[in-house]
Structure formats: C-alpha cells, structure tokens
Design a protein around this ligand. Sequence first.
Ligand code: ADP
Length: 321
Amino acid sequence: MIEVSGLTKTYGNKRGITDITFSIDEGEIVGFLGPNGAGKSTTMNVITGYLSATAGAARVAGIDILENPLEAKKHIGYLPQDPPLYLDMTVNEYLDFIYDIKGVKGGMKERKEHIDKVCEMVGISQVRERVINNLSGGYKQRCGLAQALVGDPDVLILDEPTVGLDPKQIIEIRNVIKDLGKNRTIILSTHILQEVSAVCERVLVINNGRLVADDTPTHLSAMLTGDHKLEYRIAGPKDKIIACIRSVDGVKSVTPTVEAEPGAYEYLVESAEHIDARKLIFQSLARAGYPVLLLKNQDLSLEDVFIRLTADKKSPAKGAK
Ligand code: ADP
C-alpha cells in the first residue's frame, strides 16, 4: 500500500533523511519511531506530497506521489503534528469546509452521512456545534483526526498524534487509532516507546536520517538480546534442577539466584542464539517432577532496544533490514 525507495531529502546542504526504503502492506499499523530530529516528519511530508524528495520515490496505492499527486492524495488522510484547525469555526463548519476543499463528491445527503460517520468514528458527535477553540486538547486532536478521515482514505499518516495530551486523552486517542486501523493502513510517528508497543504491529526505527530497524516490537527486543534469557521459579532440590535444565539441548548456563518461596529457587537460564528452549526445559522438568511456578522473559524492553539502536549517531545498527 505504501512503497518508499531510496528516499533522500536535503535541506540546503543539510541532510534531512538519507536513502530510506520500506514498504507497508494493506491493513498494517506501523510505528515510525525515532528521537526528535531523526527525520520522521520529513519522511511523512514526502510520502504525503507536502515536500518533494531530493532523490528516491514514494508510492501510495501504487501511485507515485510526485508523478500523480492528486490521485495519490485521494488515498491519504494526513494528521500533521499541528492539526490544521480553524479555531473560530464550529466542528460542523470545519468538517464541511474540509469536505469542500478535499473535493469529496456527493450531494447534501451523502455529505451529511459522511460527516456524521466520521464524527462518530472519532467520538466528537456531541461537540459538533461547539467552536473548536473552546474544545479540550483531546477533542481538538480528534477534530484533526476527523479531517484526516474526510473522503474515506485507505491510508492514514499521523505525525505524533498524542503529543500534548494528558494520560487519559492519550489512551482514548490510541484506542481510536487502533479502531481505525482495523480497515486502514496507518503510519504513526512517535518518539514515545509505549505508544509503539500499545498501538503498532510493526516498528520502523529511524535515527539520524536513516532507517536502523524494521521489525515487530517483540521480535526486535528478542533479536537484540542475542541470547535468550529466561527467569524460572521452580520448586524442588536446587542441584537436581540445575542438572535437569543443563541436560537440555541449547542451554548455555543455569544460575540460581534467590529462594523466592520456601523450597523454590529462581534460576536465570541462558540458551543459545535463536533457540527457544522453553518447551524442552518444561518437558524435562515435568518428567523429573519439578513444577515451574513462574517463567519470565528477560529480553530487552523496547526502551532498551531503542537506546541501543540510537546510541551510535553515525552508523546504522545491524538490525536494519
Ligand atoms: P523528526 O520529525 O524526527 O523530529 P524532522 O524530519 O523534523 O525530524 O527533521 C530531520 C532533520 O532535518 C533535522 O536535523 C531537522 O533539523 C532538519 N530539518 C527539518 N525541516 C527542516 C527545514 N525546513 N529546514 C532545514 N532543516 C530541516
């Protein structure tokens, strides 16, 4: 649905983004993650046709954004970082206006039905008569989302959609986005890690203008640990349990840590790269009659991953596809 290849944008002699390539399938919700100044907005502005690329191409629904901008833009709903709201209009007036400037086709009946539907999707039906300036930050953001949805685009590009909102509003907007993603392709940029874990199935990490990783949040965490580290709590005699786990193929080390419950120790178990030893360990312990009371994954959090990927400002990390 979105194909970006070799995208480079320079501002004067300053590099905004360099050689960015990725593609996004229909129906995916993809997080675009990176520190401030990484190049997220630049990439989004090029995909949406607000900026032209210095090199490379962006296609939306198979249409090149530079060659055929009007057709490509019909597929895109864009929520820039500062929503383009007219604060002295009511919500109704504003959405009517957006309907006109987007050139959506339809008579009075279709227009009313469409705007009703959009308001319902983002939860602003009850504030439609109110002047936008008097709405809370959360409702203003919903109005921004509503304008992106006018014309029923199949791709939504949302630049930092929860910036400046309070924690309750953030959760509400994230839920709206997840709902919208059920039948749309969404790119959402953020510098907030929890946002990616909460909303996205896939994450593109951008740093210093380059793509440094493209993966699922969970796989990214697991991949970057190298070895899988698992923490077990197991009831039974320590020495026998250590021997039992060591006998499993792929296990590199077993280290007892604390007696967490009477008669049950915790063990840190490391297995070789790309081996998931959990099933074998479970079977081995079950055969020997030592019950597993707790199992925790010690892989890196997305936060650790992000710090690793963006620590070296000069070169792309190995995780980039
Ligand atoms: P992000 O959205 O990740 O915060 P941006 O895409 O806004 O990052 O910026 C990427 C880089 O391009 C930054 O170094 C920024 O200073 C630079 N940049 C962005 N817009 C302009 C501009 N209009 N003129 C000059 N440099 C810019």
